[in-house]
Design a binder for this molecule. Structure first.
Ligand SMILES: C[S@@+](CC[C@H](N)C(=O)[O-])C[C@H]1O[C@@H](n2cnc3c(N)ncnc32)[C@H](O)[C@@H]1O
Length: 316
């Protein structure tokens, strides 16, 4: 099976899997923090051997079920025949340390993240992620554990909170006007659907990109995406064994900047300011100087890949 057999096309498929530097001789303990529809997971599991462990997380139960099915269909027999253990867990990757500890795992050899939304999220109107379809304003990855929906935030956050959300997470220049319009409109009637919100943004901003940016900002806030990335990446750095790799695919500049900044904390040695000597060595090293980008060919075949960047680091 190749990467196109999944109905959706996993981004940077070969680059992502190769970046994990899976061993053919030593034991691999690999964590895929974002199973999604299981495309990358299948590619990873195919490279494992006897005694290896694969752990996958997804916060979205529908995607978790799809990925479990795909994994079972594509590599279930292979894994059983070769003594490879697979755990697919409904969890937030920010809980990576606790969830692995529940499995008796305290070090890992590779961890990967393919951040953000899956194609399944955008294609399902009921989830409220896409402004292309009319749906309830939901946008939660995890619908099982409660949590505020996009509708809750749009209808109850105060104006300042709305401005900050749109400005910081959406990088929306007209955040103030859009927030004002939201507050004015909801006084008359709650804003309940993606269509109502899209119309309001279009009528306020006259810039179609404002809708894209605002939806991104709301989604990031609903799922506390940046908080989860920060907690998880820091725990991953501690969990990695020497030589272990972490690979992260991001899809927009804010996400990429955050990942870059978190890794940067571990890429620098501590230095004595007087002698200029390193006192504590750096914890991580970069595997590639610059992030890897999709080829022209991949961008042509898969529009979603256009904004993807793959950052890879290795524990020293
Ligand atoms: C881009 S998709 C991953 C696609 C996957 N690599 C594949 O090949 O199908 C991102 C997935 O991460 C999940 N996700 C997002 N934030 C998460 C979090 N904090 N913890 C666990 N899963 C998360 C989403 O539900 C989504 O299924």
């Amino acid at each position: 099976m190749d990467e196109k057999s999944f109905g959706h096309i996993p981004v940077l498929f070969h680059e992502y899997i190769d970046s994990l530097n899976l061993s053919t001789t030593k034991r691999n303990i690999v964590v895929d923090c974002t199973l999604g529809l299981g495309g990358h997971a299948v590619g990873i599991i195919k490279k494992l051997h006897t005694g290896d462990i694969f752990v996958g997380f997804d916060l979205d139960n529908d995607n978790l079920s799809s990925s479990k099915e795909t994994i079972e269909k594509s590599v279930g027999c292979f894994a059983r025949d070769n003594g490879i253990t697979i755990h697919c867990i409904h969890a937030n990757f920010k809980d990576i340390k606790t969830k692995l500890s529940e499995l008796g795992i305290d070090t890992v050899t590779a961890v990967c993240y393919d951040l953000g939304v899956s194609s399944a999220h955008f294609d399902d109107a009921d989830r409220g992620f896409s402004f292309r379809f009319t749906g309830k304003l939901d946008m939660r990855f995890d619908r099982e554990h409660g949590g505020k929906t996009a509708g809750d935030i749009i209808n109850h956050a105060n104006e300042k909170e709305l401005i900050e959300m749109l400005r910081i997470y959406g990088e929306e220049p007209k955040a103030r006007f859009i927030a004002e319009a939201i507050v004015k409109t909801r006084k008359i009637k709650p804003i309940e659907t993606t269509e109502e919100l899209t119309r309001l943004i279009e009528e306020t901003s006259y810039d179609p990109k404002s809708v894209v940016r605002s939806f991104q900002g709301i989604r990031i806030a609903v799922n506390d995406e940046f908080g989860s990335i920060e907690t998880s990446l820091k725990d991953t750095v501690n969990l990695l064994s020497p030589g272990g790799r972490c690979a992260v695919i991001t899809f927009h500049s804010l996400e990429d900047r955050l990942v870059k900044q978190i890794f940067a904390e571990y890429l620098q040695a501590e230095r004595d300011e007087f002698t200029g000597q390193d006192t504590v060595p750096a914890i991580l090293k970069k595997v590639t100087k610059k992030p890897l980008l999709p080829t022209e060919e991949e961008m042509k075949q898969n529009k979603r890949s256009r904004s993807a960047k793959l950052r890879i680091v290795e524990k020293r």
